[in-house]
Design a protein around this ligand. Sequence first.
Ligand SMILES: C[S@@+](CC[C@H](N)C(=O)[O-])C[C@H]1O[C@@H](n2cnc3c(N)ncnc32)[C@H](O)[C@@H]1O
Length: 200
Amino acid sequence: MLEIYPPSDDSYFLSNILKKEIPKLLNKNKNPGVLEVGCGSGVQLSTLKGLEVKSLLGLDINQAAVNHCRGLGFNCILSDLFSNIKKKFDLIIFNPPYLPEDKDEPKSSRLATTGGKEGSRIINKFLKQAKKHLNENGKIILLTSNLAKKIYWKDYKKKLLGKKKLFFEELYVWELNAPTDSSLGVYLGRFLISYKLFNT
Ligand SMILES: C[S@@+](CC[C@H](N)C(=O)[O-])C[C@H]1O[C@@H](n2cnc3c(N)ncnc32)[C@H](O)[C@@H]1O
């Protein structure tokens, strides 16, 4: 049986950043659609609910975590990253598994903590998929650690929202923006119009 990741230093660090950032988001958009990937114990969902986020969905690959969050009254679905997600969101939050694999780690907790040899396997998959699920001007809030190597940020613009030194690692919380397909379409449209005007 897979364990549900208990709220830990990384969870509380992310939760404190959400307490600072979500009110700013709510000032701009009264009802943002928010998705938490890997909701685990529901600690971030509870923080978001406490901050009056109304449109809230959680997902996890671990059925026990999904059942637990549903038991707390949250909308939650079983999904491997975005495999069961069709919608787009204004904010996507993820505290991912980021530790490099360790053979001594029990299988029951590995899914929640480790991300392949470099620690970045799930993060990189997430970064590849996430931008297709962002509304225009949508953002991602992602936690990473200096222990996760070879993160491919691609065309995301990143801003550091906070860092925290722990005994054996340093944690970071990033805000990420990516050009969405529709904004790319608008840029291309503008480019073609200017090109035509310039050449006639
Ligand atoms: C570090 S825990 C974070 C849990 C909780 N959000 C928190 O902040 O304490 C990572 C969570 O991601 C989930 N997870 C791991 N791989 C996943 C995947 N491919 N798709 C969805 N969830 C995944 C794990 O089951 C676990 O609940």
